[in-house]
Design a protein around this ligand. Structure first.
Ligand code: ADP
Ligand code: MG
Length: 630
């Protein structure tokens, strides 16, 4: 007796019958009608189709019919197409390693035929007429159709009622089917797709240019609210579009990633994208994006998942970095509305081939704070130490200083292209020489205690001064932290305050961390903390308030690894304290200094919480307000 009751008598090992093997395989491959649609459209694309029509009834549960104008298959091979492990797409292991077709496992049709009624009609170019094979009877009969193939799948899971129960309503299944076609449509603009349901056309995408197809599938809004992504490393390319943080959604329903044309759900890539949005996206918001990753086939293994929805990269770290950098670069465009043009810069800035990239050690390596490597490189655009020193110097006098000349000759963003003030440079290129130094224009006034108005070549600029300054300070703090250069400014008279036990504990446990942030906080008595220095960049703010909020953040993360991960949150808290408050009257010089700082700052068009920092109202929009030129 064992715990679960008497052992059943042992059964002898037997080979499973073919039909059962296929049904087991079908469990992995065919989950719902949309899986059938995906497999059949994959096959049509592999056959070189340029027009694919999907006709559904009952949400695809009653029937799925996929018709294509591909090369077809000869009548003699029809039965083979339905056999397990029978494929025309690979012959050898080396074919497998360089596979460029969507299919290669030779099991989709067999699996589908084991859980549904299947028939295939096909005609090749030199066939006088089409032939149809009925999977159940094995009968081949004449059929009427042009060159190409039609595969019909009826009564999915009719013989496996347990699985049929897992299906949702017809309309849910239909929407999954349409989504399956949409995924194909995004990556194959050269092919026309149509989806019919119960005799009604529900979706259609006509052959188009790549740009136009993206717009047709995802909408003009997505195009307007996203920036081009373009990174070319030779053996690895990342292209597509990344949605602006402001357009992020509550659901992750517009995230499309393709590896060599195949739609995938890859954690590594998703994480790379997510980390690019880290500083600019509010909490649980989901960015929209479409990314096409093209990589030499021998550097990616597509044979790790039955439906090939997951892949494995040989150099996964490099792929992760490339994705992150590509998206970061497109988001770092400081001024909205300017297309990312990082293509050439990216190639120049990164090692020419993927192999070199893999071999090259990170030039900076992890510094005191774990995550700083991400932006501490040629591409991410952390300022050089000279720039950091300069920016810290400027920070100390931020709102009293003269609008400084652009970053001195050596560090000027437009000259070495290493800073992602890039977009301003691009904007400037389009404008005349005079305006090139100041794309955000000249400050004219401050209204409502918070908005700065400026005039530039395009018209009127409105800046949320707190949000904008917060971002400027934050990026500056990040840069100096990455260079281990957060400058501390000693206080002549230490600021003391009555502290809670938690605050005192945090001050004692995180003394080093605090010092690396420019804060010297230590107990003066069992109930009083003294602040003896503050970050120079934040001079002038309320130092006690600053110390308390940093202590409270540190208190929440006591393990130092957690603190490392929370570093950007802490900096963001500090930036909020350091940023100019609403209702402070600024002089024109101070306003202009802020505009110039924004122009030099990465990601300046969003504050740390993802809100916009500035808006442009063009001359044309102004004219329209007053019916000018009608
Ligand atoms: P795989 O796509 O992995 O090869 P399938 O079971 O999906 O396996 O298809 C088996 C074979 O049937 C394919 O290799 C192909 O030769 C043929 N086939 C399937 N669908 C089509 C089609 N629409 N047009 C031409 N040939 C097809
Ligand atoms: Mg296939």
């Amino acid at each position: 007796m064992n715990a679960r009751g008497p052992l059943t008598p042992r059964r002898p090992i037997r080979e499973l019958p073919d039909e059962l093997i296929s049904q087991i395989a079908a469990g992995e491959v065919v989950e719902r009608p949309a899986s059938v649609v995906r497999e059949l459209v994959d096959n049509a694309l592999d056959a070189g189709a340029s027009e694919i029509t999907v006709k559904l009834t009952g949400g695809g549960i009653r029937s799925v019919l996929v018709e294509d104008d591909g090369q077809g298959l000869p009548a003699a091979e029809l039965p083979l197409a339905l056999r397990r492990h029978a494929t025309s797409k690979i012959e050898s292991l080396s074919d497998l390693e360089n596979v460029s077709t969507m299919g290669f496992r030779g099991e989709a049709l067999a699996a589908i035929a084991s859980v549904a009624e299947v028939s295939i009609a096909s005609r090749c170019a030199d066939d006088p007429k089409a032939r149809r094979l009925d999977a159940r009877s094995g009968e081949i009969t004449p059929a009427a159709r042009g060159i190409g193939t039609s595969v019909e799948v009826r009564e999915l899971f009719f013989s496996t009622p347990a699985r049929r129960k897992f299906l949702k309503t017809e309309s849910t299944e239909l929407s999954h089917c349409v989504e399956a076609v949409r995924r194909h449509a995004l990556t194959r603009p050269d092919v026309s797709f149509a989806v019919w349901h119960e005799g009604r056309l529900v979706q259609q995408w006509r052959r188009a240019e790549a740009e136009a197809r993206l717009r047709d599938v995802l909408g003009t809004e997505f195009i307007a609210d996203s920036r081009a992504v373009a990174l070319d490393l030779g053996v690895l390319r990342v292209t597509g579009r990344a949605g602006t943080p402001a357009s992020a959604r509550s659901r992750a329903d517009q995230q499309y990633v393709y590896v060599n044309g195949r739609f995938v759900r890859d954690k590594l890539i998703a994480h790379g994208v997510r980390s690019a949005y880290e500083d600019v996206l509010h909490g649980g918001r989901q960015p929209a994006y479409v990314l096409f990753i093209d990589i030499a086939p021998d550097r990616v293994d597509v044979n790790v998942h039955p439906t090939k929805i997951e892949v494995r990269f040989r150099e996964s770290r490099e792929v992760h970095q490339a994705v992150r950098r590509a998206v970061e670069a497109s988001l770092a465009e400081a001024i909205a509305g300017v297309e990312a043009t990082t293509r050439t810069e990216a190639v120049e800035m990164l090692p020419g081939t993927f192999g070199q990239l893999a071999a090259a050690p990170d030039p900076t390596g992890p510094v005191a704070w774990g995550r700083s490597d991400a932006r501490n490189d040629r591409y991410g655009g952390t300022p050089t130490s000279a720039q950091v020193a300069l920016s810290l110097h400027q920070a100390t006098v931020l709102f009293g200083n003269e609008p400084a000349a652009p970053w001195g000759s050596a560090g000027a963003p437009g000259h070495d292209g290493t800073r992602a003030g890039l977009s301003l440079v691009h904007l400037a290129k389009a404008a005349t020489h005079d305006e090139s130094a100041r794309p955000l224009g000249e400050a004219i006034a401050q209204i409502a205690g918070i908005y700065v108005l400026a005039e530039n070549a395009q018209g009127l600029v409105i800046v949320d001064m707190h949000a904008a300054h917060e971002r400027v300070v934050y990026e500056r703090l990040k840069a100096s932290l990455a260079a281990s250069r957060i400058e501390a400014q000693p206080l002549l008279i230490p600021a003391t305050f009555a502290a809670t036990t938690a605050e005192i504990a945090a001050a004692e446990a995180h003394g080093d961390t605090l010092r690396s942030l420019g804060l010297d906080v230590s107990p003066l008595s069992p109930t009083v903390l003294a602040v003896r220095s503050q970050p120079a960049a934040l001079a002038g703010g309320d130092v006690v308030e600053l110390a308390r909020s940093v202590l409270s953040e540190l208190g929440e993360h006591d393990a130092s690894s957690v603190v490392q991960r929370a570093q950007h949150e802490i900096l963001s808290t500090m930036a909020c304290h350091g940023a100019v408050r609403a209702n402070r009257q600024l002089t024109l010089d101070e306003m202009n200094a802020l505009l110039r700082d924004m122009e030099r700052t990465e990601r300046a068009d969003q504050c740390n919480h993802g809100r916009p920092t500035w808006r442009q109202i063009t001359r044309r929009e102004l004219d329209a307000l007053f019916w000018r030129g009608r």
